[in-house]
Design a protein around this ligand. Structure first.
Ligand code: PLP
Length: 383
């Protein structure tokens, strides 16, 4: 398949790397390939570039450079926090999370549950947002940490992280947010959110794959348990030779995102156009809160239409659903199920996720194509 045939509406899954990002990385493959930990001049020049990159990442989220750890991505950052922190406090043994978190959180929590940690899974309302009252009832002196994502990857719904953080801190608990889907779409400021930890990946906002970061509040660094031991890189917090090209690319993506968050209006307009047209199809509805969500995701239910059939018929137009293959069974999206959808409606829902590269022409094409397919599939039912 030729990549020029593709119409890409799956940007919540991963994004096209920005040309400027690629250009920034190339010299570090070709000419400046040294090890940032080497003590010779060549190595120390690369170390300086790493420091400049760290500043760019810190600038995007309003943190200090010493509060940034480079990792292989959000999954690793999430594992580091959840596994690292549970070893630090023997009196508090509870982590509160949400049933609609990404599997990187849920699977790590399951692992910890098997190690004897008390994990509480909060439900969500039909909007996909948590009920603060529910959280208030559960949190207590036993709570070590709250772990709640800033933006959901299937619906784009934004959780009230500042309110949750305030509640966590009031009870002496820590606050961790997975901001993987938020960075590059909304302004993310760790100081005003007041979170203690935050995870994200470069490839979700036009950076390269396999690189990400963990924000770790300065006061917590000394008690933090490393997950990866070795040569003592990154102050012993995450050993392993630095992924120099990845870090340079991540920093460039952050630099671009800092100015482009404001231009997300254009993406939102296209998303709304897509949504308004698709909602004209009989019975369709949006999954998740319409107001409190990011600009580029739309999750729509097309009742009685199998989303796998739609994905198949859309062919080179890439969209996604949250269904998962476990063993031989296809399971409906657990996120949509947690929001109260029936199995049937969850199986009939599609996620469209746009980016700065999405064009009006592509949106118009997608609308027409979907309308055609749905008209055809509906006509088969009436034969
Ligand atoms: N968290 C969220 C909300 C995500 O959407 C993803 C990726 O899909 C991850 C975590 C994991 O990111 P990565 O695969 O880059 O480690």
């Amino acid at each position: 398949m030729n990549s020029s045939d593709i119409m890409y509406f799956d940007n919540a899954s991963t994004t096209k790397v920005d040309d400027e990002v690629i250009d920034s990385m190339l010299p570090f493959f070709k000419d400046y390939y040294g090890n940032a930990s080497s003590s010779h001049k060549y190595g120390s020049n690369i170390k300086k570039e790493i420091e400049i990159s760290k500043q760019k990442v810190a600038d995007l989220i309003n943190s200090k450079t010493k509060e940034i750890i480079f990792t292989s991505g959000a999954t690793e950052s999430i594992n580091m926090v959840l596994k690292g922190i549970t070893k630090t406090n023997s009196k508090r043994n509870q982590i509160i999370t949400v049933s609609t978190e990404h599997s990187a959180v849920l699977d790590t929590c399951l692992f910890l549950e098997n190690q004897g940690i008390d994990i509480v899974y909060l439900p969500v309302k039909s909007s996909g947002i948590i009920d603060l009252e529910e959280l208030n009832k559960i949190i207590g002196l036993q709570t070590l940490m709250i772990c709640i994502m800033l933006v959901n990857n299937e619906t784009g719904v934004i959780q009230p992280i500042k309110e949750i953080t305030d509640l966590a801190h009031k009870h002496g608990a820590l606050m961790f947010t997975d901001a993987t889907q938020a960075i590059g779409k909304i302004k993310v400021d760790v100081l005003s959110l007041d979170v203690d930890f935050m995870a994200f990946s470069a490839h979700k906002f036009h950076g390269p794959k396999g690189i990400g970061a963990l924000f770790l509040k300065e006061q917590l660094i000394k008690n933090f348990n490393s997950l990866i031991h070795g040569g003592g890189h990154q102050d012993g917090l995450r050993s392993g030779t630095l992924n120099v090209t990845g870090i340079i690319g991540l920093a460039k993506a952050c630099e671009i995102a800092k100015v482009q968050v404001e231009t997300s209006k254009q993406i939102e307009e296209l998303r709304n156009e897509l949504e308004n047209e698709l909602l004209k199809i009989d019975g369709t509805y949006i999954n998740g809160d319409i107001e409190k969500r990011i600009c580029n995701i739309s999750n729509i239910c097309f009742p009685s239409i199998d989303s796998d059939v739609l994905i198949n018929r859309l062919d080179t137009i890439c969209v996604s659903n949250g269904s998962a293959c476990t063993s031989a069974l296809i399971e409906p999206s657990y996120v949509l199920k947690a929001m109260g959808l029936s199995n049937e409606d969850a199986f009939s829902s599609l996620r469209f996720s746009l980016s700065k590269y999405t064009t009006k022409k592509e949106v118009t094409f997608l609308i027409e194509k979907l309308k055609q397919i749905i008209t055809y599939l509906t006509s088969l039912k009436h034969v």
